[in-house]
Write a protein that binds this ligand. Structure first.
Ligand code: DQA
Length: 148
């Protein structure tokens, strides 16, 4: 059974309340509940979720994923743009990883155009709103299955 760790970074606990014109009206709980359904009912795997506003908590969760999960879907929030520590954590566990951003970061402020995470992940899903989590999860599961 495929096991995926879903990681959400800072401020994503505010989804639904936070800038709904950019991030939509769904809460993080809504998103995680539908991903859990997708994973158990359709993809036949399991999902563990961690959200934190603290870089070290995210890094610890990534380290602990090694040997436990088969891959990672991550929305690093603003850490995307400058956290070398998060990037190194992902590189150190060497699990297949997909980065997701709900908004089209390339159409926003210039500082959002750079991802220090992107060079060490399989790929990115950007700008598709909360649906992006679903595409990221489906793509990751397919990759892992293909490599078995
Ligand atoms: C985000 C984009 C980031 O620039 C921002 O800091 C976030 C959310 C997104 O999902 O679009 O917190 O990762």
């Amino acid at each position: 059974m495929i096991s995926i760790l879903l990681v959400n970074g800072p401020n994503l606990n505010m989804l639904g309340k936070r800038e709904p014109e950019i991030y939509g009206s769904q809460t993080l709980d809504d998103i995680v509940a539908s991903l859990n359904r997708l994973m158990t009912e359709e993809l036949g795997g399991k999902l563990e979720h961690v959200q934190s506003n603290h870089e070290g908590v995210l890094i610890d969760a990534i380290h602990q994923a090694k040997g436990v999960h088969d891959g990672i879907v991550i929305n690093p929030g603003a850490f995307t743009h400058y956290s070398y520590a998060l990037r190194d954590a992902l590189a150190s566990v060497m699990l297949p990883t997909i980065e997701i951003h709900m908004s089209n970061v390339h159409a926003r402020e210039e500082f959002r155009h750079t991802s220090v995470i992107a060079p060490i992940v399989l790929g990115q899903v950007v700008g598709l709103g909360s649906d992006g989590y679903e595409w990221a999860l489906r793509a990751l599961v397919r990759k892992i299955q293909a490599n078995r």
